[in-house]
Design a protein around this ligand. Sequence first.
Ligand code: IDP
Ligand code: MG
Length: 202
Amino acid sequence: MLQRLVFNRLLQQCLWGNPEPTRGLLCRFPTGLGAGHGSAWHRSKSTAVPDARERTLVAVKPDGVQRRLVGQIIQRFERRGFKLVGLKMLQVSEDLLSQHYCELKTKPFYPSLLRYMTSGPVVVMVWEGHNVVQTSRTMVGHTNPAEAQAGTVRGDFSVHVSRNVVHASDSLEGAQREIQLWFQGKDLLNWECCDQSSTSEA
Ligand code: IDP
Ligand code: MG
C-alpha cells in the first residue's frame, strides 16, 4: 500500500510537475548555446547544482584590437578561472551591430557608436563559469572609463567612454541573446577543463 502511494506520488511529480526536481535535472545539462540556464531560479540558493556552465559574451572592440590588447584581456579571464568556449575575429556588419545595440538606437551617440564599432575588426568570445555574467561586468568596469576603477579592463586601458576597449553582456538574458546573435551553436565547444574541480564545486 505504502509502495503504491510513493509510486503514485512520484508519477504525479513526473507528469504534472513539482518544478524543483525538474529544474535540478535540467541544471545538469549544458545548453550548448546561450547563457547557461538563463533564468532567475538559476541563481537561487536552493538549486543543488552550481551554475558552473553559465555563459557570457565578451568582445574586444576595434580600439582594443588596434592597441594589441587582445592577449591581455583574454589572460585576465583565463587567470580568473573562466573557460573559453568560443572565439572569433571579424569585421562586424552594421546589421549585426544594430541588433546587438538595439536598446541604444535612440541615443545621441548611436551613429558614432556604429562608426566606432565598424572601424576595424573585433574579437568576440564566449566565456563560461560560475557567475561569469556578473563577474565579467565587474572585471570590465564602469561604462565610462573616467569612473572605472583601477584594476578593471576599462580602468586600466581606457580614458573615454567612446573608446572603452571591451564589451561584456550585462545580464543572463542579455548574454543569451547576444551569444545567439554572434555565434552559431556549432561554434561553441563543450569541453572539460582539467582544473575544473579546483575552480568551482562541480
Ligand atoms: P556597457 O558597454 O557598459 O554595457 P552601454 O550603456 O550598454 O554600456 O553602452 C554601450 C556602449 O555604447 C558603451 O560601451 C560605449 O562604447 C558606448 N557609449 C555609451 N555611452 C556613451 C556616450 O555617452 N558617448 C559615447 N559612447 C557611449
Ligand atoms: Mg550594455
